[in-house]
Ligand binder design. Structure first.
Ligand SMILES: N[C@@H](CCC(=O)N[C@@H](CSCO)C(=O)NCC(=O)O)C(=O)O
Ligand SMILES: [Zn+2]
Length: 340
């Protein structure tokens, strides 16, 4: 990094990475351009001797091919996200695919300085800068490093660049269902699920829902699936109004009753109550158990009401419409009951 880079060639289309061995070097072909080239200060990436930073980029894993002496490669840490394949003799990391489910899945980390040819894209930023301290760098000198990086036009970050962090967060949010329109007509074709449960609000677009329903996919709507938070908030409200925790009045009495039942069963049968059930059976029901039980009951009741609507009204064919039917009918009935 200190001695600079050869110019980026816009027409660069890959090449061969070669390890540091004087004889029988490992050779890995990259068929296509690289992306996100950056300097990395982390302790995991391979660095040339004496360097504080590695230079590391990604390429699609299906564009990577081990050409020669692959038998010299071993995975550095099989538990790591990046499966860094290093040459057992010289230690250079030759390729590191990300195979597990992750925003970088399908990409392989490589070190462009190991390309035989030139023209590869220069690093665009510096990542994991503070991590160099973990390798023994003097923390009091870290500001000098940051300034030096910036003067080489490498913005210094302690994780990845904001663009990549946003990409990772977006992937995570979409996966958790915490984003609206995570399923649209752009990606319904790739959905193999038979059941979609909307864990957050509005994850399936209107058009996508139509397509999925036509394909026979069952969609459990957001207003049902993620109602748990609202239900337990209601329990909390009721508890606040009564100024008393759920189960306070009955718990000890129930414990005594359960102990009586246990000893009666033991004396009637002449056998000990099964040890693995004893504690749970004797327990009088803590507040959290009661809240979970109440939540379970409300959710089952709500599901049952939607299912009844679906079976009694053939013109209603999906759970969302059934849920709205139930909700609006209850509001209507309540209005009628008070004469509005
Ligand atoms: N402080 C730690 C950071 C290690 C780390 O998280 N490294 C990143 C970046 S590597 C290329 O940019 C990472 O994604 N690692 C995943 C992995 O190593 O499998 C340290 O320095 O050790
Ligand atoms: Zn790294």
């Amino acid at each position: 990094m200190d001695s600079g880079y050869r110019a980026t060639d816009a027409s660069f289309s890959g090449g061969t990475l070669v390890c540091n061995c004087a004889s029988n070097p490992v050779k890995v072909k990259v068929s296509g351009d690289i992306a996100h080239n950056h300097a990395c200060g982390c302790t995991k990436c391979w660095k040339p001797a004496g360097a504080n930073f590695s230079v590391v980029a990604v390429a699609p894993t299906d564009k990577i091919e081990v050409l020669e002496n692959g038998n010299k490669l071993a995975v550095v840490d099989p538990a790591a996200l990046i499966q860094r394949h290093a040459c057992k003799e010289c230690g250079v990391h030759m390729h590191g695919p990300v195979e597990r489910e992750h925003p970088f899945q399908g990409l392989s980390f490589i070190h462009p300085e190991r390309f035989e040819g030139k023209g590869w894209a220069q690093p665009g930023f510096a990542a994991f800068v503070s991590s160099i301290i973990e390798s023994g760098f003097d923390p009091s000198k870290i500001d000098e490093v940051r300034s030096k990086l910036r003067s080489s036009e490498l913005e210094a970050y302690d994780c990845l660049s904001p663009g990549l962090m946003d990409y990772i967060a977006t992937w995570t949010a979409k996966k958790s269902g915490a984003m609206e329109n995570a399923i649209t007509i752009e990606n319904t074709g790739r959905i193999r699920a038979k059941l979609v449960a909307e864990a957050a609000n509005g994850p399936v677009s209107f058009q996508a829902e139509k397509e999925l329903l036509e394909k026979g996919v069952i969609i459990l709507p957001d207003l049902f699936v993620n109602a748990g938070g609202v239900i337990v908030s209601y329990f909390e409200w009721v508890k606040n109004l009564t100024h008393i925790p759920f189960g306070l009045m009955e718990r000890r009495r129930r414990e005594r009753r359960n102990a009586q039942i246990t000893s009666a069963m033991e004396s009637m049968t002449g056998k000990d109550f099964p040890e693995h059930m004893r504690d749970e059976f004797l327990e009088g029901g803590s507040e959290i158990d009661l809240v979970r039980s109440g939540l379970d009951d409300v959710m089952r009741g709500a599901y049952h009401r939607m299912a009844t609507v679906l079976s009694e009204h053939p013109e209603i064919r999906d759970f969302r419409t059934a849920a709205y039917y139930v909700a609006l009918k209850e509001i209507g009935d309540a209005y009628k009951a008070i004469g509005i």
